[in-house]
Design a protein around this ligand. Structure first.
Ligand SMILES: [Fe+2]
Length: 232
């Protein structure tokens, strides 16, 4: 599909409350479905192309969901059979594909078009916490870009609320490991996908340029709301 037509694409059933998709049933097992994006595929241009957004959402995220559902069906069968070995064997597929679904569901909400406030610095208590802990928003962005660029292979860089330490934390996770694998008290406020599929079509191998530009469409309002809700 041409980039122009991708940019104009309007999704059906757009809503502001994008959760983790719908839930269906296969042979009595709950399954997951792809959540809608709260904006058009081309709405984040020029920071992220519509072509990337469409492939990322419709192909990559969908594949994680498809494989997560398969693994859950297999898990259900393995439990029904009392096959402990099969149950354990499925854990890595569940972590990878389930993590992919969880991470991408957060990622779409971390982005928003410029005309809807993308890139506008956080206000309120999150803005204050960032300044207090990191010195400035620019210093935090610099740290996340440095950590994201240095992450070997594929993974994610996160701004987290550490609920146990009651402070913000910058974390990275490998592959599709969700943030919770780094600590059960860590809540994702902002996650940036540094897999090549998130930027290669537009930025080729220059991950730092992708990281530099993504801040223009970051939804700080979402991160602030999460921070206030989880800090309460
Ligand atoms: Fe991704």
């Amino acid at each position: 599909m041409a980039m122009g037509s991708v940019s104009r694409k309007t999704l059906v059933g757009l809503g502001r409350n994008v959760g983790f998709g719908g839930i269906g049933y296969v042979r009595g097992v709950k399954t997951f479905t792809l959540p809608d994006l709260p904006y058009d595929y081309g709405a984040l241009e020029p920071a992220i192309s519509g072509e990337i957004m469409q492939l990322h959402h419709q192909k990559h995220h969908q594949t994680y969901i498809t494989n997560f559902n398969k693994a859950l069906e297999q898990l259900d069968l393995a439990i029904a059979k009392g096959d402990a070995t099969a149950v354990v064997k499925l854990q890595s597929a569940i972590k990878f594909n389930g993590g992919g679904h969880v991470n991408h569901s957060i990622f779409w909400k971390n982005l928003t078009p410029v005309r809807e406030g993308g890139g506008e610095p956080p206000k309120g208590s999150l803005g204050w916490a960032i300044d207090t802990q990191f010195g400035s928003l620019e210093a935090l962005i610099q740290k996340m870009n440095t950590d994201g660029a240095a992450l070997q292979g594929s993974g994610w860089v996160w701004l987290a609320l550490d609920k146990e330490q009651k402070k913000l934390s910058v974390e990275t996770t490998a592959n599709q490991d969700p943030l919770v694998t780094k600590g059960s008290g860590l809540v994702p406020l902002l996650g940036i996908d540094v897999w090549e599929h998130a930027y290669y079509l537009q930025y080729k191998n220059v991950r730092p340029d992708y990281l530099k530009n993504i801040w223009k469409v970051i939804n700080w309002k979402y991160a602030s709301n999460e921070y206030e809700r989880e800090s309460a």
